[in-house]
Design a protein around this ligand. Structure first.
Ligand code: C2E
Ligand code: MG
Ligand code: MG
Length: 414
């Protein structure tokens, strides 16, 4: 393409977003922020050609329309120069300020011919650049468009999913390692999309969180899980995952109380699973909510421990009833002595704090044996049972005598 003189139609749109600008504004004040923006504009102007257009889109965002028909090379060179120039420290008033810039590029006519499309695509590329680290440039790719479209349509459909009754809960048994007896089930949310079928929570929960839809959805999960657990033996618990957004929304305690009283489930049979992202937010508010829940008798488990910061201070902040070691450690524990040592130390920590430890993602008999040997309290994973609709476990859950609550292996497993 472009061999027939269409070259002259080529130009590039660059979208720029300063890195760390908000921190400068917050720490040094708006006058310094404004002066910095002027200094940035000067350096940008020194790089572009006279025939180019530079605009400030607002905040710390700028756009350049680069007239150079030699694209994408021209934009690549310009982006490199911009990153270099804006990466050098700025002297603003008495301060030495370090920012940086992320750049997204779309080329006309390849990435669009109308201005709206070009800006949108440059912006998508910018979004990607920011996600991949500071001081980076990304060119628009059709795949980004596909990803953005999918996200857009999932957002639209997700808003309808609750009223349309498209959610289900699957349950995965949690068993006592020493005996194999079921101590409870974790409720795992499933979205049966009308055309795409089952969509993984790993994909739709982050979207539901962004849109704050996780608040009503999470409420539905709590009610449904408590209602379901009422038909299980009295010694079993039900674990429900709760996101940080649900804590921020403020109504969580009320929602939990209401789910318990409507279902009649005793509070001690409900376990809330939180990840550390909950603890990274407004710590005082979160501990306050957790303490109220705990005083009601609800148990609180720390999920996915070992990923992220995994600070030991979490255990001083709040007396967790349980800690779940992330499945990545279990996956590696047989081949990797480091993973096994970490599991061992978390189990030791749990013993020291009087806090049961659960291993997630147990997929082989060997892992289960090793976890028993390490003294892990509870296990959960495909080797014991995959999550499934509660009907799959009817026989197991209801059966209380002798071998009661033993999870039998699925057909085909040794
Ligand atoms: P999680 O809470 O850590 O749940 C464990 C995940 O590991 C589940 O994935 C489960 O199906 C999967 N899993 C269990 N055993 C094994 C195994 O042996 N091997 C492997 N490879 N995976 C195993 P799932 O159901 O896709 O859920 C993913 C995540 O989505 C959950 O991680 C949880 O963070 C979130 N989630 C699920 N349901 C809810 C919900 O109702 N509310 C909120 N806020 N988050 C939820
Ligand atoms: Mg969980
Ligand atoms: Mg987990």
């Amino acid at each position: 393409a472009g061999a027939d003189g269409a070259q002259t139609d080529k130009f590039a749109v660059l979208c720029l977003d300063l890195d760390r600008f908000k921190a400068v504004n917050d720490r040094l004040g708006h006058p310094v922020g404004d002066a910095l923006l002027k200094a940035v504009a000067d350096r940008v102007r020194a790089i572009v050609r006279p025939s180019d257009t530079v605009a400030r889109l607002g905040g710390d965002e700028f756009a350049i329309i680069a007239s150079d028909p030699n694209q994408p090379d021209g934009a690549a060179t310009m982006a490199r120069e911009l990153i270099e120039a804006l990466g050098r420290p700025f002297q603003v008033e008495a301060y030495n300020v370090d920012v940086g810039v992320s750049v997204g590029v779309a080329i006309s006519p390849d990435d669009g011919t109308d201005p709206d499309q070009l800006f949108k695509n440059a912006d998508r590329a910018l979004y990607r650049a920011k996600n991949e680290g500071r001081n980076t440039v990304r060119f628009f790719e059709a795949a980004m468009d596909t990803a953005a479209r999918r996200r857009q349509s999932l957002e639209t459909d997700l808003r309808q999913a609750l009223p349309r009754g498209e959610f289900q809960l699957h349950y995965q048994p949690v068993v006592t390692a020493a005996t194999g007896r079921i101590s409870g089930f974790e409720a795992l949310l499933r979205w049966v999309h009308p055309t795409e079928g089952m969509i993984s929570p790993a994909e739709f929960i982050p979207i539901a969180e962004d849109l704050r839809l996780i608040v009503p959805i999470g409420e539905w999960v709590l009610r449904e899980a408590c209602r379901e657990a009422m038909s299980w033996p009295a010694h079993t618990t039900v674990a429900v995952n709760v996101s940080a957004v649900q804590f921020q929304s403020g109504g969580l305690t009320q929602t939990v109380l209401s789910a318990l009283s409507t279902s009649g489930l005793p509070a001690r049979r409900l376990e809330i699973e939180i990840t550390e992202t909950v603890l990274l937010e407004d710590t005082d508010k979160v501990s306050h909510t957790l303490n109220i829940l705990r005083s009601l008798g609800v148990r609180v488990a720390l999920d996915d421990f070992g990923t992220g910061y995994s600070s030991l201070s979490y255990f001083r902040m709040f007396p967790f009833d349980k800690v779940k070691i992330d499945q990545s450690f279990i996956r590696d524990m047989i081949e990797n002595p480091q993973a096994r040592a970490i599991i061992r130390s978390v189990i030791g920590l749990g013993q020291g704090l009087g806090m049961p430890v659960v291993a997630e993602g147990v997929e082989t008999a060997e892992q289960l044996e090793a976890l028993r040997a390490e003294g892990c309290d509870q296990v959960q994973g495909y080797w014991i049972s995959r999550p499934g609709p509660i009907a799959h476990f009817e026989g197991v859950v209801m059966d209380r005598g002798g071998e009661s609550g033993m999870v039998r292996k699925r057909a085909g497993q040794a």
